[in-house]
Design a binder for this molecule. Structure first.
Ligand SMILES: Cc1cc2nc3c(=O)[nH]c(=O)nc-3n(C[C@H](O)[C@H](O)[C@H](O)COP(=O)(O)O)c2cc1C
Length: 217
């Protein structure tokens, strides 16, 4: 048994149980209690310097889900899922963003500003460099994918289904949701599988053998 009451077997069982669902059961909704845990998994994801350069638009409104579907090339997971998470990264990082984060540190940890000055300057330097080198969007979107990973794993452990999706038109999704400073980078449909009507439900996972993926030294 693992230290926190979740056994290794349970974790592996759930990770094998999960798959990228193609057909959700539109009648089943994730409970508020479970949804809260899933949202917390997004919030608790780590990010570079802790800057959290993203936000998550949670869509449950059926009309809005229907409006978004063509932007995801008609993928029905969007309408049939319980909650659709649009993971959006911040397109820039300004001094004001860093200062906002430093203020949050001061508030949460009760730290004086002087203690954070070096950290603040380092972060501002990294952000400026990334902006000038045109890598800021890559950097920020990478952070957003970590949050997606946390969501997927947490859902699997809770026995909740999900489908991560990059098959969509970001410009269209941004337009529909009115995103300007942020850009949608991945979607995640969350809900419950309709196993009987999902061609993928009973197929084995396709993964390379361990020796190909894990390089031990
Ligand atoms: C970033 C990302 C984007 C994906 N985009 C889509 C998508 O648009 N539609 C879809 O049905 N599956 C999508 N998938 C699911 C993958 O095809 C799936 O995760 C992969 O085949 C491995 O299978 P498994 O997740 O079922 O184990 C995506 C997965 C990831 C991680």
């Amino acid at each position: 048994m693992g230290r926190n009451g979740i056994s290794n077997e349970t974790i592996l069982e759930q990770l094998n149980w999960r798959y990228a669902v193609k057909k959700f059961d539109a009648a089943r909704k994730v409970s508020d209690e479970d949804w809260n845990t899933l949202e917390q998994s997004l919030i608790l994801a780590p990010s570079s310097y802790g800057l959290q350069p993203y936000k998550f638009v949670v869509v449950t409104d059926e009309k809005l889900k229907a409006e978004l579907t063509p932007a995801a090339y008609g993928q029905t997971q969007i309408v049939d899922c319980s909650h659709l998470v649009v993971v959006a990264y911040k397109k820039v990082l300004t001094d004001a963003d860093i200062e906002h984060f430093v203020e949050r540190n001061m508030e949460v940890r009760n730290q004086p500003h002087e203690q954070l000055a070096d950290y603040e300057n380092t972060m501002k330097g990294s952000a400026k460099k990334a902006v000038s080198e045109n890598t800021i969007e890559t950097w920020n979107s990478r952070q957003a994918y970590l949050a997606l990973g946390f969501l997927l794993e947490t859902a699997a452990i809770l026995g909740i289904d999900a489908c991560p999706m990059e098959g969509f038109n970001p410009a269209e999704v941004n337009r529909i949701l009115g995103l300007e400073d942020y850009s949608a980078v991945t979607l995640c449909a969350v809900g419950y599988r309709d196993a009987e009507n999902d061609w993928l439900a009973n197929l084995p996972k396709v993964r390379f053998p361990k020796e190909e993926l894990i390089d031990r030294r």
